[in-house]
Design a protein around this ligand. Structure first.
Ligand SMILES: [Zn+2]
Length: 193
């Protein structure tokens, strides 16, 4: 029994050491490769170009209805999100899942359905934050994730997998991929830069 415990302790120690060294290497590399520590944005980003994607007034008006709903404490449904999403093909928002621009919730068509709800709920929370009707403002990114995760836990898994696959395809090497994942994890989940 004691032997087994010792072995377990050794394994844990080695695991912690390896993880520590890996995180340190990622952190040093990420500071060197990406001094601003912002998640990577591709240059061919056209999702917010209004000539290409004219604003949809119906969707913009519906978001105002959702702000009112939130103010009254009513739940946001999947159907609400269906009506608010503005889908854009992947080639105009490579590496980005969703964002709020031109008064609309823009979602990448590349995402599987579950992930679309998760990302749309996240972006909607940002709208609630800016409209002053969100429940929590402490850390805007973190609370947007928290709300979306609470309502669409499976959507989070879909989003993470889809983001990882997308990021890997864009990366010049596996190490560059790991560094990008580290930067995104810090930015979106820990709120660090
Ligand atoms: Zn966000």
């Amino acid at each position: 029994m004691e032997k087994a415990l010792k072995l377990l302790f050794k394994i844990l120690l080695v695991f912690t050491l390896v993880l520590g060294v890996l995180i340190m290497a990622l952190e040093i590399s990420s500071r060197r490769l990406n001094p601003t520590q912002e998640p990577p944005r591709p240059p061919e980003f056209l999702a917010c170009d209004t000539n290409r994607y004219p604003p949809d007034q119906e969707k913009i008006d519906f978001l105002a209805v959702l702000v009112e709903k939130q103010l009254q404490g009513l739940p946001i449904t999947q159907e609400d999100l269906d009506r608010s999403m503005y889908l854009v093909p992947n080639h105009d928002m490579v590496g980005i899942n969703g964002l709020f621009c031109n008064g609309m919730i823009i979602i990448s068509e590349r995402l599987p359905i579950g992930a679309r709800y998760y990302v749309a709920r996240h972006e909607l929370e940002h709208l609630f934050q800016s409209a002053g009707v969100a429940v929590d403002y402490q850390d805007m990114e973190f609370s947007a994730h928290w709300v979306a995760t609470r309502e669409f836990p499976l959507g989070l898994i879909h989003t993470v997998i889809s983001s990882l696959v997308g990021a890997y395809q864009l990366s010049p090497s596996t190490w560059a991929f790991l560094v990008n994942i580290w930067v995104m994890f810090k930015f979106y989940f820990l709120g660090w830069k």
